[in-house]
Design a protein around this ligand. Structure first.
Ligand code: APR
Length: 250
């Protein structure tokens, strides 16, 4: 792993027939959405992520966890895709199928920028789902939930929870399988804004490297997967991605 010149990385990306991009919370930091670990700053700093982002934590205090996600949902609604999201979406559109975007993020900024086929490993914070499988007929699910913090099913008392993958939960099988396949077949893997702290997402860079891909990391700080990179750019998503992926200025 070495600090690379942005130009050398740009040339590799522009020449590659297949590119896989893995993003983490740092991708949305310049849109004003705190990174996952930063999101535990301020009011939430006294909580352990696992206490808030887990089924056990939700069952222990549904209102606390619901309120934390409600605050994060508000931040997503207020946010706009940044220059990094936009540069990546333009690159995907220009490469017509040669680029796969995989994200750990639960916001919708890649999608709002135009990356509609993004593989979402950890779900969608803007989606709701039921906490329990409904013990009665599916009709129970069809009714609107009783408003509350959290809302609950009017018939069976089931609680509504955010549609995200919590600590200790399995990732959607189709998502991690597609992500692993994309990592193993790409020529260049571009990893943007992740600490590499959470598996199996953190393993994707190693899978790509083992399959022969050139791995690039964009992160202003060191991450737990820097050793998997052939090249590291100590930069941010909104600065580096337009320079790496943007169409050449005439
Ligand atoms: N541009 C690029 N990277 C940035 C920026 C930026 N502007 N700002 C911060 N970063 C980097 C940080 O240096 C850090 O390495 O983004 C990374 C954010 O790390 P985390 O907060 O750990 O987020 P992430 O890696 O996405 O977490 C992975 O952990 O808790 C789970 O489900 C949660 O999806 C999340 C997963």
């Amino acid at each position: 792993m070495h600090e690379a010149s942005l130009q050398s990385v740009r040339e590799r990306l522009q020449a590659a027939a297949s590119v896989c991009v893995l993003t983490g919370a740092g991708m949305s930091a310049e849109s004003g959405i705190p990174t996952f670990r930063d999101a535990l700053a301020g009011l939430w700093s006294r909580f352990d992520p696992a206490a808030l982002a887990s089924e056990e934590g939700f069952r222990a205090d549904p209102q606390l966890v619901w309120d934390w996600y409600a605050q994060r949902r508000d931040a997503v609604h207020r946010a706009e895709p940044n220059a990094g999201h936009r540069a990546l979406a333009a690159f995907v559109a220009a490469r017509a199928g040669g680029v796969t975007v995989i994200t750990q993020n639960v916001d919708d900024l890649h999608q709002r920028a135009g990356c509609r086929d993004t593989i979402r490993l950890h779900g969608d914070i803007l989606q709701d789902r039921w906490l329990e499988a409904c013990p009665r007929t599916v009709a129970c699910h069809a009714r609107s939930a009783v408003p509350g913090r959290p809302p609950r099913c009017a018939d069976c008392g089931n609680l509504v929870r955010p549609g995200v993958v919590w600590f200790g939960e399995m990732l959607p099988v189709h998502a991690i399988d597609a992500a692993e396949a994309a990592a193993r077949r790409c020529e260049v893997m571009l990893v943007v804004g992740t600490s590499g702290a959470v598996w199996p997402a953190a393993g994707l860079a190693g899978s790509a490297r083992a399959a022969g891909a050139f791995v690039v990391i964009v992160n202003p700080h060191a991450s737990e997967i820097d050793a998997q990179a052939h090249a590291v750019l100590r930069s941010t998503a909104a600065v580096a991605l337009p320079a790496l992926l943007g169409t050449p200025t005439r």
